[in-house]
Design a protein around this ligand. Structure first.
Ligand code: ADP
Length: 301
């Protein structure tokens, strides 16, 4: 569905996308991750033909971009980072007007509206004004709107940023339905749990280049020890000095917390047992640990 080779974008002297190669298969959910400034939004804009590359090639649904970007965009649904629903129109009217952008006849859009409203869980809100919707409802409507022309591939830019847990789970349910129905999805996210839940495969971008690529599970297995014990409390520095070197496979101190990555959590927990003033959390390692290991803990903006 998507094939990218050597994609490069510069702004002045800054190379913000550096020779990117990407392949997304039909029916796959593909995650694009990276810290702020990594080049995710620029990559999405390049893929949609909204900005021109300095080098490289893009084929979207078999159509070269940016050469035939308008044609390619007809096959794509886009859920932007910020909801840009039209506040002057009702829920139903938003779907109707959006469909018109794709040249759909009114009757064809009207026929699709009930199904889209059902998908968004907004069947009872068809005539509501946008201002009457919650943040989660607006997101679901934006997602339903992106589906109005039955696109083959969906681009989602941070689909659940700003939503509460209930609303996020509803969006995930919707996305899973789409994945089961065979849609191809490309999503950017800052939530590693979201990427772990949804993406079949992902890349981690940093400074415009891919620093890791694979299925979430495989990335965790390849890049990180299986368990983490986060140790904090008053005695953490003396415990770190006396034990971290021998019981942690790898360790990192961040502020007042020691992250002890280990192949043998029992050994770490044994060394923590009955030490006064120490507290700890023991958990399996996750995609966020991989992300922080590969991209560092420094703030990017
Ligand atoms: P991300 O989405 O991963 O946060 P972006 O693609 O927005 O990253 O930005 C990548 C880099 O490109 C950043 O350093 C950003 O400042 C720069 N950049 C993005 N758009 C422009 C632009 N229109 N002009 C100049 N620099 C830009």
């Amino acid at each position: 569905m998507l094939s990218v080779r050597g994609l490069t974008k510069k702004y002045g002297d800054a190379v913000v996308v550096r020779g990117l190669d990407l392949d997304v298969k039909r029916g796959e959910c593909f995650g694009l991750l990276g810290p702020n400034g990594a080049g995710k939004t620029t990559t999405l804009r390049l893929l949609l033909g909204l900005t021109d590359p300095d080098a490289g090639s893009i084929e979207l649904a078999g159509i070269p971009v940016p050469q035939r970007a308008r044609e390619a965009r007809m096959k794509v649904g886009v859920v932007p980072q910020m909801d840009n629903l039209d506040p002057d129109f009702s829920v139903r009217e938003n779907l109707m007007t959006y469909g018109r952008y794709f040249g759909m006849p009114k009757a064809a859009i009207a026929a699709r509206v009930p199904e889209l409203l059902e998908f968004a869980g907004l069947a009872s809100k068809a005539d509501a004004q946008i201002a009457q919707l919650s943040g989660g409802m607006k997101r679901r409507l934006t997602l339903a709107r992106a589906l109005v022309h039955d696109p083959e591939i969906l681009f989602l830019d941070e689909p659940t940023t700003g939503l509460d847990p209930q609303a996020r789970h509803l969006i995930w349910q919707g996305l899973r339905r789409l994945i089961s129905a065979g849609k191809t999805i490309v999503l950017t996210t800052h939530f590693m749990d979201e990427a772990e839940r949804l993406a079949d495969r992902l890349v981690i971008l940093d400074h415009g280049s891919i620093v890791a690529e694979g299925a979430p599970r495989a990335l965790i297995e390849t890049h990180i020890e299986p368990a983490v014990v986060e140790v904090y409390g008053e005695g953490v520095s003396s415990w770190t000095r006396d034990h971290a070197g021998s019981v942690c496979t790898r360790s990192e101190t961040v502020g007042e917390t020691l992250f002890c990555y280990t192949d043998d959590a029992d050994r770490v927990l044994g060394a923590l047992n009955h030490v006064d003033g120490l507290r700890y959390v023991h958990r399996p390692s996750n995609l966020e640990d991989v992300f922080l290991k590969l991209t560092g803990r420094d703030l990017r903006d």
